[in-house]
Design a protein. Sequence first.
Length: 85
Amino acid sequence: MHDFDFRTSSYSKGQADQECVEVATNVVGTVAVRDSKRGAGPTVQVSDAAWAVFLGAARAPSAVGRRPCQTSAAPPSTATVVPVT
């Protein structure tokens, strides 16, 4: 079991009525995501490489005019990629 250090998206602005996720990147090779309203609930864990692909797709403008996601969070660039089981 890992001790994830979750941070809340800056988009939530600390408001209880905002639906948001929390992300933890402190465990080498793993990114964990959870619902900010259910801190003790389940987490989704992916490799940092998979997270980088997700962020790239989320930030890319699409053909239908969706604005890219703007965040300062970046995947760890020096982490070793390991399979998440």
